[in-house]
Ligand binder design. Structure first.
Ligand code: BMA
Length: 299
């Protein structure tokens, strides 16, 4: 069984804006949610200083976007995020919004200089930090949209695996467990794996979109199904991938062959996957929900 996402004909949807220094070079890796009848987007942006900031855009149809002229989140932790705030993922939960993002600085945490942050907002625009998930080399963290067994649940990535952890207060995280590992050998996902957007609750389990890259640093995406009550348990993980770089703007840009997604949302009877090509432009690929669920269950 095989499944490939379909690129939307209007894609790519968002380009860098040369009139704004902070987003003049690259726009990429957006979070997207639907709220009160509108689509809301938070995207990573870079100007020529290569510092990442997070911009906000709003849309009635999810295709044509209106952007604020100033970023809504900028570095604010000195050395800890001097090089930027990256890769937002936004989860609505209990009437408020949580953003997980990567703080990228100059201080070392383990093997690198980034660590995973969590922030919260009541109004989509003003974000307040809750704190780090941990002060360790870790990213690609995303909160589940509801509590599981009475606790918050979060996916994260201690390299090279996707992990899960649980918390009562969003500050102290325990029961860290590996969920998905790279598949060694001649496989597309043999080097590193990481979660994409907020996992989707379905009757068959949590539908997780994730990315992986191989030794040639080519990014591809696929899906897995996790047990609803015990998401440490993988129900099925198809062998294949559903998206790989194919378009010129996905091959060439700032980082070649990087297709990177922080958003997979249900729109009508489809899933819309927002993703960036080559760390420079933002595009959209879609699939019928029924097809991707069949693939996640039987692929
Ligand atoms: C990852 C993240 C993403 C980026 C990707 C490809 O580690 O930093 O922001 O899009 O690499 O460069």
């Amino acid at each position: 069984m095989d499944l490939k996402l379909t690129r939307h004909p209007l894609s790519p949807l968002l380009y860098p804006n040369p009139l704004h220094e902070w987003e003049a070079l690259n726009v990429f890796n957006p979070a997207v949610i639907q709220h009160n009848g509108l689509f809301h987007m938070w995207y990573r942006a870079q100007g020529r200083d290569y510092v990442s900031r997070i911009g906000y855009a709003v849309s009635a149809d999810g295709l044509r976007w209106n952007r604020l002229s100033d970023p809504v989140l900028v570095p604010h932790h000195g050395e800890d995020d001097r090089r930027g705030v990256e890769d937002p993922r936004v989860t609505p939960l209990d009437g408020v919004f949580y953003m997980t993002y990567t703080a990228y600085g100059t201080r070392r945490y383990g093997g690198n200089t980034y660590f995973p942050m969590i922030a919260r907002s009541d109004n989509l625009i003003v974000w307040q930090d809750i704190g780090p998930l941990e002060r360790a080399e870790n990213k690609d963290h995303v909160l589940f949209p509801e509590k599981i067994g009475g606790r918050y649940a979060i996916l994260h990535r201690r390299p090279p695996n996707i992990w899960i952890a649980f918390s009562h207060d969003l500050q102290n995280w325990t029961d860290h467990t590996v969920v998905i590992e790279p598949r060694p050998g001649d496989n597309w996902d043999n080097t590193r794996v990481g979660a994409n957007g907020v996992p989707l609750k379905t009757e068959h389990g949590w539908l997780l979109f994730y990315h992986a890259y191989d030794e040639g640093h080519v990014y591809r995406h696929s899906v897995a199904l996790l047990d609803l009550d015990d998401p440490t348990r993988v129900i099925n993980r198809p062998r294949g991938f559903i998206l790989e770089p194919e378009e010129p703007w996905e091959f060439k840009g700032d980082v070649p062959n990087a297709i990177f997604s922080c958003a997979n949302i249900i729109v009508g009877d489809e899933i819309w996957v927002y993703y960036a090509g080559a760390d420079r432009l933002i595009g959209l690929a879609t699939t019928p929900l029924r097809d991707v669920l069949d693939y996640a269950r039987h692929g």
